[in-house]
Design a protein around this ligand. Structure first.
Ligand SMILES: [Zn+2]
Length: 643
């Protein structure tokens, strides 16, 4: 799932015309709804008593008339142990008209809040297979509230759409709401107005006008599916199919798009971008998980995207949103988080795969920009772990900074630590695992597969980056004397849950048109490293390839140069500030002039007589400047470039 609000900061410039921004309050409302439901945590409280094999769902939905709808949902299941009842999750707000058995006979049932128990004379034997049908109706907006079953309007027509994650399925259908058991096979029948179409999971096997007022669409899905990923959307869709060629296959994958008719032209242009993304994930990881059926998009009015299996629901077709929801087909849908504490396995991967899409299909530089943006978001606050300590706390569970961004950065650093070959092999093992493939996974599963692929112990890595809060602050200093460069690092953990961060610090030494990359793992909070360098260093750049989640200050000087010059400026070029080193400290007057000799700034040294002084260039725009220093005896002029 991806809320549009999360896209605002970084990608405002990429909004297509006509996109609607979602106000903060919508997210708050959504959170409030989650808040009410999360108290159920990972178990709804219903004693289901069976493994679910198959659901046949019939829904009578007509958004032209309103949200009121009827349902007839049949569940086929295998009973766990001898029992006199089987249980379902179903909102108390929906009215049950009857419950029937495999032969059509009426069965007794009892309701208890959002729980529904069905009884059979003689009960069920453990291991036996049976089915139960539940006929019901209601206005789900009274019960499910925001998000789960929405009746809305997209300007050119009314729409009904569902979004069950995390606990909403029971608000519109009688189900087994769980993260332990997937529905092995699903058929969705939607009866609606002849002018409308219904989008759902799998492929359309029937689309018939039954009479003057009614159309029936039947969707068939033959892959295991988590309950919260079952969805329908019904409106006056305009439909088209595009095709994604897949490496090593003769048949391309159909990508079915159901879009609002007014967006058809734009959508057809924009959704083309998802085709190379499918090919990319399919070849980087494992084949597209639902290849015998399809991938698709159905437009809806919720402010974001939701990865419904084989048919993501989308507010629009922006590049990153398409990449995110597509990535979920592997990470989230085929392999689903096994508890809500493991939600980052869905969202961290989807967020990171969006960065990878940029890296592989656009440019590395652009992907660095995304990673830097996420890093500054994460380090904007000293605390917080990828592991949500309290699933009751919605801010902590569906947290863009932690579950999404820090989860993605965890994977990014894991990839750097293991190398591409072991990292992608670990991903493939995780996706193909005996229990994870078309099943559920926990964080320990991912760690296990990554250890298997790399032969390395990842306890410390997961301990600090998954459970630990915050990140390291690194204060780095460097100096060069002769050919020896001395690096000094002082680490301060941002949060006391991690007393010391085991990190590898990438530093790029640059000067005389040469450069040298140093990867340094200090062994304690304060560390020093000496190395021989065969050129005069004038700049040291932290993490040029954006590999480490840390907040860094860096300073230093080349003592060889200070011997020659009265003053030395580092770094130069500079993004905002530089350090001035004085060979002979004295009171000085400093001024900055632009390229045409206009004075643009007086620098107040506050009478400081010091060996080194940090100077900020404040609001000056990027470009070349001259720094003039008067020490009372001489006037010195230095070229300065603001980048
Ligand atoms: Zn997501």
């Amino acid at each position: 799932m991806r809320k549009w609000i999360g896209l605002l900061l970084g990608f405002l410039m990429m909004l297509p015309l006509g996109a609607q921004l979602v106000p903060e309050e919508l997210v708050c409302k959504e959170h409030q709804q989650f808040q009410n439901q999360l108290s159920r945590r990972n178990n709804s409280g219903v004693k289901h008593g069976y493994l679910i094999d198959y659901n046949r769902c019939k829904w009578w939905v007509n958004p032209i008339r309103g949200p009121y709808f009827k349902g007839d949902v049949m569940a086929h299941f295998t009973v766990n142990a001898n029992t006199d009842s089987v249980g379902f999750d179903l909102s108390a707000n929906l009215k049950v008209d009857g419950v029937y058995g495999a032969g059509g006979q009426s069965l007794l049932y009892r309701r208890n809040g959002n729980q529904l128990y069905v009884f059979k004379v003689g009960g069920w034997l453990g291991g036996s297979r049976d089915s139960v049908g539940i006929i019901y109706q209601g206005n789900p907006s009274n019960g499910g509230g925001f998000g789960y079953f929405v009746h809305d309007n997209h300007m050119k027509g009314p729409i009904v759409h569902t979004l069950s994650e995390p606990y909403g399925a029971q608000y519109w259908w009688p189900c087994k709401q769980t993260l332990h058991d997937k529905i092995d096979s699903l058929d969705v029948w939607v009866y609606t107005d002849t002018s409308l179409k219904a989008a759902s999971n799998g492929v359309v096997v029937r689309n018939e006008v039954l009479n003057d007022t009614q159309r029936l669409m039947v969707w068939k899905h033959r892959y295991p599916i988590a309950t919260y990923l079952v969805a329908i959307a019904v409106t006056n869709y305009s439909e088209y199919t595009q095709y994604a060629p897949l490496v090593g296959r003769t048949k391309p994958l159909p990508v079915l798009n159901y879009v609002f008719p007014q967006f058809r032209t734009d959508a057809e242009r924009e959704t083309k971008d998802v085709l190379p993304m499918i090919r990319l994930f399919d070849s980087l990881f494992v084949p597209y998980p639902f290849e015998k059926e399809k991938y698709g998009h159905a437009q809806f009015t919720w402010g974001g995207g939701m990865e419904h299996q084989t048919m993501s629901f989308m507010v629009n077709f922006s590049y990153d949103l398409m990449a995110h929801e597509l990535a979920h087909q592997w990470f989230g849908d085929m392999v689903t988080c096994g508890t809500w504490q493991d939600l980052w396995l869905n969202e961290g991967f989807a967020t990171y795969l969006t960065v990878m899409t940029t890296e592989f299909l656009r440019s590395k530089e652009e992907s660095y920009g995304k990673l830097r943006g996420m890093r500054s978001n994460i380090t904007g606050n000293d605390g917080g772990s990828v592991f949500p300590k309290d699933t009751l706390n919605v801010g902590s569970l569906f947290n863009g900074r932690l579950t999404y961004n820090k989860g993605a950065w965890l994977l990014h650093m894991l990839r750097d630590k293991l190398g591409d070959s072991a990292f992608f092999e670990g991903c493939r093992l995780y996706l193909n695992g005996k229990n994870t493939r078309h099943g559920f996974a926990k964080t320990a599963d991912l760690a296990w597969y990554m250890e298997k692929a790399s032969g390395r112990n990842l306890d410390t890595f997961f301990q600090q980056w998954y459970y630990g809060e915050g990140f390291p602050y690194l204060k780095i200093n460097w100096k060069q004397k002769g050919k020896t460069v001395t690096l000094a690092c002082e680490q301060t953990p941002s949060h006391n849950s991690v007393p010391y961060w085991h990190v590898r610090i990438p530093l790029l030494l640059r000067g005389e048109g040469k450069e040298k990359l140093v990867l340094w793992e200090p062994k304690q909070l304060v560390g020093e490293l000496k190395l021989l360098v065969d050129f005069e260093v004038d700049t040291v750049i932290f993490d040029p390839f954006v590999k480490l989640l840390a907040k860094v200050s860096i300073g230093g000087m080349n003592l060889n140069k200070v011997q020659e010059n009265a003053f030395v400026l580092f770094p130069n070029p500079t993004a905002g500030s530089f350090v001035l080193y004085a060979r002979n400290p004295s009171a000085i007057v400093m001024e900055v002039f632009d390229a045409v000799g206009q004075k643009v700034m007086d620098i107040d040294t506050k009478g400081n007589v010091t060996k080194q002084l940090t100077v900020s260039l404040g609001e000056l725009s990027a470009g070349p400047y001259f720094l003039r220093i008067n020490d009372g005896n001489f006037v010195y002029s230095y070229k300065l470039l603001k980048s």
